[in-house]
Design a protein around this ligand. Structure first.
Ligand code: PLP
Length: 377
């Protein structure tokens, strides 16, 4: 098989798997218990927190373990809204992940005002609109670091600086970026940053939220006193140590991995050109390495996905067909992509284990499928 859907999830890092199994087998003590056996679990948690903090230039007490990106995003938005008695303005973008968009919708229903900023054809946020959308009541801006569908990277540092000048807080959903491109929270200046382990070769169901020291955020979950009293629930020690190991491995190899996925990306695009396949590349020049959103005119992305699936090639689509019509994703709609082009969109996301030969094989299979579709219609 060829797995090229690394933006959906990634293969577990070998070192992380080893640590996880060891922990599950040997160190199953509850980190909150005071006896000697559980102290090892506590130590594992503390070391993992330090390891993660070092990867993003944060302090240990700024890292809070969560169940993943969805929880981290919900925590920031719902926590912030409740802290302000649902009487505040939140700015976000039209292309955020649904864990941000739906969380904002849910606090809007309780009284929060929200603005959803437009993006240009490359999915890059319109800075002018962002600056002009901030008003007296704005308290929080939530803008993703890199888009999951088309890979576009926003200028978070600049947007955050502006928000801070106006005395607003800034959150970024860095789920797609962390472990793949360098992230330094101090350089960026962000107040909150969401991360999810399964996007950087860690296990599923674990992630973290960075909360800048001194920033208040009420708990999302009530219960025990874990995570400085801010995130209740017995810590998943095995998943946490695996997340820290995977993040450290990825961060130590960022340049090497980047070179390798860029080689795959280049090989794939060049092969499409060589094969004379008509295609449109979506997103901005400044994008996540290896994330390729590509549209094939007069083709349906969902058909491509299923036919590739039959050949053991796994990619994603930007549209879904139901019995009535093709639904184009909110991201492609926000980019104002022509509906007919958007319907033929797939996302290929290469990871560190992919090879150039695999990239070339995908291009050839796409050509075969497009020819078959043409022949049959
Ligand atoms: N944010 C972005 C940009 C994502 O791509 C995803 C997952 O696809 C999430 C948040 C949600 O993360 P999780 O799967 O850990 O809940």
């Amino acid at each position: 098989m060829i797995y090229a859907d690394n933006a959906a999830t990634t293969k577990l890092d070998e070192g992380a798997l080893k640590k996880m199994l060891q922990c599950l087998e040997m160190e199953y003590g509850n980190a909150s218990q005071p006896y000697a056996f559980a102290r090892t679990s506590k130590k594992i948690l503390n070391e993992a927190r330090t390891q993660i903090a070092e990867c993003i230039n944060a302090k240990d007490n700024e890292i809070f373990f969560t169940s993943g990106g969805t929880e981290s995003n919900n925590w920031v938005i719902k926590g912030f809204a409740s802290l302000h008695n649902y009487d505040c303005h939140i700015v976000t973008s039209q292309i955020e992940h649904h864990s941000v968009l739906n969380a904002v919708k849910s606090v809007e229903a309780l009284g929060i005002a929200a603005s959803y900023i437009e993006v240009n054809a490359g999915a890059l946020l319109d800075k002018e609109i962002f600056f002009n959308s901030l008003n007296r009541k704005t308290g929080l801006a939530s803008i993703m670091f890199a888009n999951n569908e088309v890979g576009t990277i926003q200028n978070v540092e600049e947007l955050c600086n502006y928000a801070h000048q106006k005395k607003y807080l800034f959150h970024t959903d860095a789920v797609q970026a962390i472990g793949h491109i360098k992230i330094d929270v101090k350089e960026l200046g962000v107040d909150f940053l969401s991360a999810s382990a399964h996007k950087f070769n860690g296990p599923k169901g674990i992630g973290f939220l960075y909360i800048r020291e001194g920033i208040r955020l009420p708990a999302l979950l009530d219960g025990g006193n874990q995570e400085y009293g801010l995130r209740a629930g017995t810590e998943n020690t095995a998943a946490i140590i695996a997340m820290a190991t995977a993040l450290e491995n990825n961060c130590n190899n960022i340049d090497k991995n980047k070179r390798s996925v860029l080689e795959c990306e280049d090989a794939f695009v060049k092969e499409l050109e060589k094969l004379n396949i008509l295609f449109v590349r979506n997103g901005s020049v400044h994008h996540l390495p290896g994330n390729i959103s590509v549209s094939f005119p007069e083709t349906e992305g969902e058909i491509l996905l299923h036919r590739l699936d039959l050949k053991g090639i796994y990619v994603s689509t930007g549209s879904a067909c139901d019995s009535m019509r093709t639904q184009i994703s909110h991201v492609l709609r926000a980019m104002n992509l022509d509906a007919q082009i958007a319907e033929g969109t797939i996302r290929i996301s290469f990871g560190k284990d992919n090879t150039k030969d695999e990239a070339i094989a995908i291009a050839h299979e796409i050509k075969n499928i497009i020819e078959q579709i043409r022949y049959m219609s």
